[in-house]
Design a protein around this ligand. Structure first.
Ligand SMILES: Cc1cc2nc3c(=O)[nH]c(=O)nc-3n(C[C@H](O)[C@H](O)[C@H](O)COP(=O)(O)O)c2cc1C
Length: 200
């Protein structure tokens, strides 16, 4: 029977946007779908679980134009593991910037990973303005695209989809800067401090 495993590979999985995107996906998925959050302790367990699924969906954020380091670690272990059954891998990636193309390199990295390790690659949904979009009227666009993603995996008509807020870049930058400055104020952090490497 066809089924699907979602792996949320956000480093802040329990409080992540990736979690919210996964929940929307689950709402639309017609396959038996199970959701898991990747962490430092369950990498091998998740790899073992993947063997029992025909489809896998990796949901994760863009970090520094790449995959989060913890997700790369997971892929390194997956690469070395001698799994017999390999699910078809699809991707739902979101990034903070408004341009969906920011996600392209990360998607290419995953495609290459699949190519080199014998996994079939399925569908992709690239989300821009991923930190903000769910709290705006553009959420319905995300909903629609995630539904299309779920249907493409179900019907095996794999495709690449994308969605972002339909706003001029200047307005997005202005609004997002205002948002983060306000957010910093809640924790007594100044804009100038946020602009330094010491913020971590
Ligand atoms: C360490 C770090 C690096 C990031 N790098 C990028 C980046 O290179 N490009 C981008 O558009 N967004 C970047 N972001 C923003 C995240 O992709 C965005 O906030 C996303 O919604 C987080 O998803 P999550 O809640 O599922 O983890 C970065 C965020 C963090 C914390």
């Amino acid at each position: 029977m066809e089924n699907l495993i979602i792996i949320n590979a956000s480093p802040r999985a329990p409080q992540s946007n990736s979690k919210e995107y996964s929940e929307i996906f689950i709402k639309y998925s017609k396959l038996e779908t199970k959701y898991f959050e990747l962490n430092k302790r369950n990498q091998n367990e998740l790899i073992y679980k993947m063997e029992n699924f025909s489809q896998a969906l990796f949901v994760f954020p863009l970090y520094v134009d790449c995959l989060p380091a913890s997700f790369l670690d997971f892929l390194k272990i997956l690469e070395k593991s001698s799994t017999e059954h390999k699910p078809i891998i699809s991707v739902l990636i979101n990034c903070g910037f408004i341009e969906v193309y920011q996600n392209d390199i990360a998607v290419e990295i995953l495609k290459l990973f699949c190519n080199q390790t014998g996994y079939k690659f399925g569908s992709v949904l690239k989300i821009g303005s991923g930190e903000a979009i769910l709290g705006t009227p553009f959420k319905k666009l995300v909903d629609r695209k995630i539904k299309q993603l779920a249907n493409s995996i179900y019907t095996k008509q794999y495709k690449t989809l994308d969605v972002s807020m339909i706003l001029p870049k200047k307005i997005y930058l202005k609004k997002s800067t205002e948002y983060w400055v306000k957010y910093g104020q809640k924790y007594n952090i100044l804009k100038q401090e946020m602009e330094t490497m010491k913020i971590e």
